[in-house]
Design a protein around this ligand. Structure first.
Ligand code: PBE
Length: 304
């Protein structure tokens, strides 16, 4: 069984090389229907024309649906699931050295754990300079000025977030991982909280989605707001839609998980004028289609 699969992969690699050698005229062979070599060779056939997605509300799912259209990948299916299911399938595929295509993003611990690459996106369907923004409900500044000022100051790097994410991935409880990070990065925490007068137990609600990046940031905010600023913070784990509607309706005070300008563009169009955008808490983030580096595909265009 294993052997067959390996051979299959090798045939696939040979097929890809042959296709490359023939130039980019995908009309022959690219659809896997023009002869045995191409059939076993196409990456599409190898992964059953499936892209392993995450939760349906995620912006990356919409971007991927757009990518399937714009790159005319008609035979392909985007599989819904969750961030956790996606990383479990990735792990399984890598252990067997099988091909897999996932919806991925940075920062994410998977890039330090595995050897992965983004597929090139010449049509820029996944956008360019993406950022993570902190959004707050209208009126937060008046009701909770200390929380507002802290959230407004909060800005960090993907490497810093990566430290918490990796600790969680290695089995540390998220609250513990956030505490350990804050305790060992006192200079950063002091800069964000400098001269802010702690309150006594005011309640704050943060919403987030169970994406690994957002678990890390939200638990850090909760820890700092509770331990340094005296708040009683609830971190509400919801789907992407309710995360935005919660802040827009005022049921939730803030979220540090708004990916803009592209990933959450639809949510921004719907709710942007009903909330306040405090700007980026992280810049240089990215989303796209990701494969293990042993998968011999370079660009989304090669999936055709
Ligand atoms: N993500 C991680 C989210 C934003 C954070 C890229 C999976 C999304 O696609 O909406």
């Amino acid at each position: 069984m294993k052997k067959t699969k390996k051979l299959w992969v090798m045939a696939g690699l040979a097929g890809m090389l042959a296709l490359t050698a023939c130039g980019s005229n995908a009309a022959t062979g690219g659809d896997g229907k023009s002869g045995a070599g191409a059939e076993t060779g196409s990456i599409g056939a190898q992964v059953k024309h499936e892209i392993i997605g995450i939760d349906p509300g995620a912006g990356i799912m919409k971007a991927t649906a757009d990518a399937l259209e714009q790159y005319e990948l008609k035979d392909w299916t985007l599989i819904e699931g969750s961030g956790a299911a996606m990383t479990a399938m990735l792990d399984k595929a890598i252990k067997k050295e099988e091909p897999i295509i996932i919806t991925g993003w940075t920062p994410h611990w998977m890039f330090s754990k595995y050897d992965l690459k983004y597929l090139e996106d010449p049509k820029k369907v996944y956008g360019e300079a993406e950022e993570i923004h902190t959004i707050v409900r209208k009126g937060l500044k008046e009701d909770h000025p200390v929380a507002y000022e802290f959230l407004d100051r909060f800005e960090w790097s993907s490497d810093e977030m990566g430290e918490i994410m990796t600790a969680i991935q290695d089995g540390t409880d998220p609250a513990e991982a956030a505490k350990a990070w804050a305790d060992s990065h006192g200079d950063r925490v002091d800069a964000w909280t400098k001269d802010l007068q702690p309150v006594s137990g005011d309640k704050i609600k943060l919403s987030y989605v169970a994406w690994d990046s957002e678990i890390a940031s939200t638990y850090l905010l909760k820890y700092i707001m509770e331990s340094k600023l005296g708040y009683d913070v609830t971190a509400l784990q919801v789907e992407a839609g309710p995360m935005w509607t919660g802040v827009a309706s005022g049921d939730v005070d803030a979220s540090a998980a708004a990916w803009l300008p592209l990933t959450h563009a639809d949510y921004w169009t719907k709710f942007g004028d009903k909330l306040e955008d405090l700007g980026p808490n992280m810049t240089g983030v990215k989303t796209g289609l990701v494969v293990p580096s042993y998968v011999d595909v370079k660009s989304i265009e090669d999936l055709k």
